[in-house]
Design a protein around this ligand. Sequence first.
Ligand code: HEM
Length: 434
Amino acid sequence: MPGYLNECFHLYGPNFQLNIAGTAVVFVSDHDSLDTFYRNKDGSLTNDILITASPPRLLGGVKAPDSAYIIETSLIPIIVKGNMEPSLCEIGEAFNRELCNQFAQLLVDQSPSRPQPLRQLITYTLFHSIVPAVFGSDFPLSIYDDLMALDISTYHLFHSIPLFSNSVPHARLRVRGAVLDFMRSWKDSTTPHADYAISEHGNEVLHKLFALDLTDEDRAGLLQVYIWGLITNVFRMTYWLIAHLVCDRADYMRMQEEIDAGVAHEFPDRPSLLSAHPRAVNSTRFALLDSGMKETGRLYFYPFSRRIATADVEFRSASGPFMVSKGSQVIAYNTGAHHNPDNFEDPKRFLLDRFVGGKNARNLYLWARGSHICPGRHMAIYYLKMFTILLFQQYELAAAEGEAQPVRLPEGNPWSAGMPLPRKDVLVTLRKRV
Ligand code: HEM
């Protein structure tokens, strides 16, 4: 589909309409149309991402019919609070410490020169740092393989292809069972006994779930969806940023220099680095890192903001207003905006400093805009940036010997949700810096 949509974009311009199974689907990607889409206030465009895409049912096996409404009214406000600075500081410190342990463990478990797939390195270390930081180290991390199997299948889950021959329904049930056991023991325990005690944000999520009038299975299913949402795009965006750096030695060295200088300036000692404040991480000392993150999102992010027109809606657009009729689906085709040469010079290229100094920000829709702007963005940014900072500050990551030179960036698989998974991975080696 993404390739076909790109063709439509080139043939028909930034806004176009397709008829899919009898329903008008309108794709919008010029600045004014996206503004109409994201800033709709009168309810004539309903946000149905949580309802039609139905992650609660597909990913958590949740049966309650109003689960999307529950997420919107009960969980999103907690996510918004969890993304504020005090919460980020608490979770961030546990995350940074665990991430350093994970990196060190990789070197103990494997000889430094042994090549490993980059994706595995990133997803494994991030999962084993993010989840205990939020939910404490009593959380059953053994769900990792099953959750990854579920994550890889999300595109097919959302597109209703029969799953007779794949293991995802079993994986989903195993994850839910483990999450349910964890929730019950959290409820029964009076004292925290994990190395990393559960964060305030994690406690708040669990308290809220138990306060809802739901079955225990549905509560566990919702927590499963939350954990998936917490990690999936963070993993993918971190992957593509680091893959670009590994494949482009000059960019790698520029990032290395920025991080060495930034760390020396912002964090006088190791404890202050491990408790890095979000504001220090977002300072201009890490401008190239910030730009690289945005550039990765620009190049890789697939559109998924969708609304249903509940009335006829007039859209503003650069080529004049146009009407979208009641009942149509409208998709914010961010990929069109992000790959449009009128918005971004040489749009197919990864330019590490494209966004340095606030340049090019106007047409970037990575976190969406308006009232449904991603409530988890501050957490996502913190994880991605601290992963890169702690990795570059302590280790040397390089394409493994034997990889074809120059190292080719893997192709993305278009049949992916959110951001592409790589079709074939880069093998890398990790060494401690001296
Ligand atoms: C790289 C990581 C991420 C990216 C690129 C991303 C992107 C987005 C975008 C574009 C939307 C808007 C959808 C729309 O307008 O329909 C969104 C919504 C949302 N995101 Fe994220 N997100 C990321 C990470 C996270 C994390 C870590 C969390 C949770 C902690 C999260 C929770 C949510 C929720 C709950 C919504 C729905 C908001 C609503 O409908 O009002 N996201 N995300």
